[in-house]
Ligand binder design. Sequence first.
Ligand code: NAD
Ligand code: TYD
Length: 360
Amino acid sequence: MKRYLVTGGAGFIGSNFVLHLLRGEGCARVANVDALTYAGNLDNLRSVEGDPRYAFYQEDIRSAEAMARVIERERPDYVVNFAAESHVDRSIEDPSIFESTNVGGTVNLLNVCRLAWEGTDGGYGEHRYLQVSTDEVYGTLSLDEPDAFFGEKTPLSPHSPYSASKAAADVFVGAYGDTFGMPVLITRCSNNYGPYQFPEKLIPLMIHNAVRHEPLPVYGDGLNVRDWLYVEDHCKAIDLVLRKGRVGEVYNVGGHNERANIDIVKTIIRLVSERLKDPAINDGLITFVEDRKGHDRRYGIDAGKIAAELGWRPETPFEAGIEKTIDWYLKHAEWVERVTSGAYQAYYEQMYGHRGAAGA
Ligand code: NAD
Ligand code: TYD
């Protein structure tokens, strides 16, 4: 029975991970540290608020004092770092917060863990630090070579400020393993989708806009390819790597499910239109807009290592996962309303002087 400290646990994947842990039997404690930026939402965790195994701390991973205090109090076996600024478009508008949170926050967390853990049983005992990273650190693949994939040894070649900050953080994590012998692990996952994803990312934004008969903005020619994984499958992979992965290793996690953006958008239109019996939700809503700067053409993951070493495979077929996701968003209109109004709008306006895509 392990004690976990999860950072960014009020965000999309982090909250799914906290819920996943508390549904199972294997965890004694989950402490969730989240600064509650526009992307963090405690509504995601209402169902576990009374659970004696769960505690929430509103803290910033960049604060050494706060993180040391939480770690001293919670004495986690495992630290899982989800906390990050995660949206590529926002990183293009304002890169600095990405450097500050994603790089500075990670280095701070590594320092605090090192201080707390070093010397346990003459080393680091059974402690583990897992960095939740992304396939975007590898850069881009070409549409002309569909059999090429990102492997763990593919050189890091990030293009956006977001992926650059995640790559920099990964390099620090590796360095703390090499230099200080810290028990670090890195997972690099492809694009996730599922409940509680903020409607600024492709899938929830398209559902949100389709329901409202608003334009569906497709960047460039719509042929950019992403490898989509249902969030629950990612959560299972992370816990497996924590428990059984080899310390010091990187594990790629992916869905074997590459799709062009335009196909994703058309699938969403069809399914939302069917469910709402609304013929006004149709391909006519698709609006091709200016391409994203530095837009990576294709991501594709080779998840052979985690399959061979740990037996992990994606369990949710895309057709089932996208239906579950759409049904969840249609059923949780209030959640969507809350996150796309209040905190998010205020934060976005404060940072950029205009409203974000979801509230435009
Ligand atoms: P998200 O934006 O939904 O959530 C991020 C969370 O971190 C929010 O709850 C936010 O409040 C919190 N946070 C931000 N800055 C913080 C700070 N300084 N201190 C404490 N908390 C802070 O992101 P997500 O999509 O859930 O992604 C989680 C992690 O997984 C990120 O590290 C991301 O890079 C990685 N990842 C995401 C995907 C994806 O498809 N979403 C894929 C692979 C990897
Ligand atoms: P996104 O969900 O932002 O994830 P990432 O950029 O991290 O892969 O975008 C997924 C793909 O969808 C990406 O190729 C950009 C594209 N996209 C659009 O075409 N329109 C949109 O409004 C958004 C948000 C994304």
